[in-house]
Write a protein that binds this ligand. Structure first.
Ligand SMILES: Cc1cc2nc3c(=O)[nH]c(=O)nc-3n(C[C@H](O)[C@H](O)[C@H](O)COP(=O)(O)OP(=O)(O)OC[C@H]3O[C@@H](n4cnc5c(N)ncnc54)[C@H](O)[C@@H]3O)c2cc1C
Length: 552
C-alpha cells in the first residue's frame, strides 16, 4: 500500500500507521536494552524504561485493536466499530510517538530516525486519522447509543455478558449506592447467588468443580459486575482468581481437590494478605513470620506479625498469606512461603479472634474514600495456627511462595483490567445520558462540539482498554506464564483509562459530578484505586513490563 492510499481513514491505513509506530519502537527498544544492559540497570534509567514500557503497551493495544477490527470486518459486522478502531489505533500511535520523542535524547534517537518512521505523508495521515471532527462524530454516535458501544463477541461470550448483566442490574445495581455511601458489608445474597451462578469458578478446571469457560468469560463477568459496582461485586472474584492460579501452579493434588471446588462454589471466600505496614512494592522483603508449631498435637505453623491492606479480610474465611519461613533475611524471595490461613468470617469494620491454643488475630478496617463494602484491613497475627497441610505445595512449597504469589498476581492483574473496563463503561453510559439531558445556554450540552469530542475520546479510550484486556485473556488461556507481562500491560492501560474516563465523565457532569447523588462521583473514587493495587503503576512499568521487554 502506498502512503497516498493509506491516507484514507481505513483499517488498512491504520495498519500502515501501526507499522510506522513499530519502526520507531523497535530502535527505541534496542537502545533501551543497550542503555540498561538488558534490564540489569533499569534503576539507572527509570524514566526511559517507563516511557519505553508504556509506548510498547500502547503499540500492543493498537495491534490487538487492529486484529479485532479486521476479524469483525471480515464477518461483515461492526462497521461503526471500524471507524472507532481506526481512530483508536491512530490515537495510540500518536501517543507513543510523542512519548518516545520525550526521551529521544536519552535514547540517542535523532531526527532522522523519527523522519524515517514517520515521513511527512504519514504525519499528515496521523493528523487526519485523529482529527477532531472524527472524534466528535464518534462522540455523537456514543451519545446517541447512550454509551452502549460494547464490541460484538461470539455467541457464547455474548450470552455470558448478557446473563451477568441481567444479574448485576437486577441484584447489585439497586444496592450499589447505599453500600458505597454507608460503607456497608456486601450482602450475603450477592455471594450466594454468584456462587450458584458459577462466577467464582470460571477459570477453574471442570475436574475441580469449575466451569472452565476461560479467561475471557471471567473478564466479561468481571466487567459486567464492575459496571454495576466495582466494590460490591466486581472485585469479589479477584481474590478467588489469585488463589486459584497459585493452587493450580503450585498446589499438591490433594490441595487442588480440597480447595478448588470450594473456591468455585463460593463456600471459600478469600482475602489476599501480602502487603505489610512497611512492605509494599518490595514483596521479597515481607517480614511476617511463619514458624513451625503445633496445636493440640497437630503439626503446623504459627503466624506472627502485622499485615496491611488486606481487602475482605473480615468476611473471608481463609487468607492467602505470604510469610517468611526462612528467618535469614538474606534468603529474600526464596525465604517466603504461601499459606491458606483459616479464620472465621466476620462482618463490620473490625474483628478479634482467638484460637484454643492461644493464637490471636485482630483486624481493623482502614477508612477509604472509595472501594467500599469489602473493607481493607490492617491485621495483626499472634501465634495464629495454620495446619501443615495448608502450606501451598505442602513441604515442596517451602520457599516457593513468592513465585506462586506472582503467578496469582498475573491472574489478578488480568481481572483488574476487566474491572477497569467495566468502570469506564459505567462512566460512559452515565455521562452519555447526562449530557443528552442537561441544557445550558438554551441547548443540550450534548450539542456542543467539545462535549462530543470528550465523549468520543472516552469511547476510543475504552475501546483501547478492551482490546488489550481481551487479548491478554485469550493469551492467558494459551500459556499463563508467557502471558504474564501482557496481563500487566492490560492492567496498566485499562486502569489508567478507567481513571481518565471516569474523571472526564465527572467533568461533563459539572457540579453534579461532585455530588454523591450521582454515581459518576462513586466511579471516580473507585477508579482511583485501580492503578495502586495489584502492583502500583510505576512498579508494573519498571519491574514487570520494563524488565520483560528489556531482558536480553
Ligand atoms: C484499597 C486498597 C486495597 C488493597 N488490597 C490489598 C489486598 O487485598 N492485599 C494486599 O496484599 N495488598 C493490598 N493493597 C496494597 C497494595 O497492593 C499496595 O498499596 C501496593 O502494592 C503499593 O505498596 P505501598 O502502598 O506500600 O507503596 P510503596 O511500595 O511504598 O510505593 C509508594 C510509591 O513509591 C513508588 N516506588 C516504590 N519503589 C519504587 C522503585 N523501586 N522505583 C520507583 N518507584 C518506586 C511506588 O511506585 C509508589 O508510587 C491494597 C491497597 C489499597 C489502597
Amino acid at each position: 500500500m502506498t502512503v497516498q492510499e493509506a491516507a484514507q481513514p481505513t483499517l488498512e491505513g491504520a495498519a500502515v500507521l501501526l507499522g510506522a509506530g513499530e519502526s520507531l519502537l523497535d530502535p527505541a527498544l534496542l537502545r533501551a536494552r543497550a542503555l540498561t544492559r538488558n534490564g540489569a540497570a533499569i534503576d539507572d534509567h527509570q524514566v526511559v524504561t517507563e516511557r519505553v514500557a508504556y509506548a510498547a503497551t500502547e503499540l500492543r493495544a493498537a495491534r490487538e485493536l487492529l486484529s479485532f477490527a479486521r476479524s469483525i470486518a471480515a464477518e461483515g459486522r461492526g462497521a461503526d466499530h471500524e471507524t472507532a478502531a481506526v481512530a483508536a489505533i491512530s490515537d495510540l500511535v500518536a501517543s507513543l510517538r510523542a512519548r518516545l520523542e520525550s526521551v529521544a535524547l536519552e535514547l540517542g534517537l535523532d531526527d532522522a530516525v523519527f523522519e524515517q518512521a514517520f515521513p511527512a505523508a504519514l504525519r499528515a495521515q496521523l493528523r487526519a486519522a485523529t482529527r477532531e471532527s472524527h472524534v466528535r462524530a464518534i462522540g455523537r454516535a456514543t451519545i446517541e447509543k447512550r454509551g452502549r458501544t460494547e464490541p460484538p463477541l461470539d455467541e457464547t461470550l455474548e450470552q455470558v455478558r448478557a446473563s451477568v448483566r441481567e444479574f448485576a442490574e437486577k441484584e447489585v445495581l439497586p444496592h450499589a449506592e447505599h453500600i458505597h455511601r454507608h460503607d456497608e458489608d456486601i450482602p450475603e445474597s450477592f455471594i450466594e447467588t454468584m456462587g450458584k451462578l458459577g462466577y467464582f469458578g470460571l477459570s477453574i478446571p471442570e475436574q475441580y468443580g469449575g466451569h472452565e469457560l476461560g479467561n475471557l468469560a471471567m473478564v466479561l463477568t468481571t466487567e459486567e459486575l464492575s459496571r454495576a459496582s466495582l466494590a460490591a461485586a466486581g472485585s469479589l472474584i479477584t481474590r478467588p482468581e489469585i488463589l486459584t492460579k497459585a493452587l493450580l501452579q503450585g498446589g499438591s493434588e490433594a490441595q487442588k481437590q480440597h480447595w478448588l471446588p470450594r473456591l468455585a462454589s463460593g463456600e471459600v471466600m478469600v482475602g489476599v494478605s501480602v502487603t505489610e505496614p512497611d512492605v509494599g512494592s518490595d514483596v521479597a522483603a515481607v517480614k511476617c513470620r511463619a514458624v513451625r508449631g503445633t496445636q493440640a498435637g497437630r503439626p503446623g505453623w504459627l503466624i506472627q506479625g502485622p499485615k496491611a491492606w488486606c481487602t475482605f479480610a473480615g468476611r473471608a474465611n481463609v487468607l492467602a498469606l505470604l510469610a517468611r519461613t526462612d528467618p535469614d533475611p538474606a534468603a529474600g524471595a526464596k525465604g517466603l512461603s504461601l499459606f491458606i490461613v483459616p479464620k472465621l468470617p466476620a462482618g463490620g469494620h473490625g474483628f478479634e479472634q482467638q484460637q484454643p491454643g492461644g493464637g490471636r488475630l485482630v483486624g481493623k478496617a482502614d477508612a477509604t474514600p472509595g472501594y467500599r463494602g469489602m473493607h481493607s484491613f490492617t491485621l495483626n497475627f499472634e501465634n495464629w495456627f495454620v495446619p501443615a497441610e495448608n502450606l501451598v505445595g505442602e513441604d515442596g512449597g517451602l520457599g516457593k511462595g513468592f513465585y506462586l504469589q506472582m503467578g496469582g498476581f498475573a491472574a489478578g492483574r488480568l481481572q483488574t483490567g476487566g474491572r477497569g473496563c467495566g468502570l469506564a463503561q459505567a462512566a460512559l453510559e452515565e455521562t452519555s445520558k447526562y449530557v443528552a439531558g442537561r441544557t445550558q445556554f438554551g441547548r443540550p450540552i450534548a450539542d456542543y462540539q467539545l462535549t462530543q469530542y470528550t465523549l468520543g475520546r472516552m469511547a476510543l479510550r475504552l475501546f483501547q482498554a478492551r482490546a488489550i484486556t481481551y487479548a491478554a485473556a485469550l493469551a492467558m488461556d494459551q500459556d499463563e506464564r508467557a502471558a504474564a507481562p501482557l496481563a500487566a500491560q492490560a492492567k496498566l492501560l485499562a486502569c489508567d483509562i478507567a481513571v481518565e474516563v471516569t474523571q472526564q465523565g465527572q467533568l461533563m457532569h459539572g457540579g453534579w459530578g461532585y455530588a454523591e447523588e450521582y454515581p459518576i462521583s462513586r466511579y471516580v473514587v473507585d477508579a482511583s484505586v485501580l492503578p495502586i493495587f495489584e502492583g502500583v503503576k510505576p512498579i508494573l512499568e519498571l519491574k514487570v513490563i520494563g524488565r520483560a521487554l528489556l531482558a536480553g
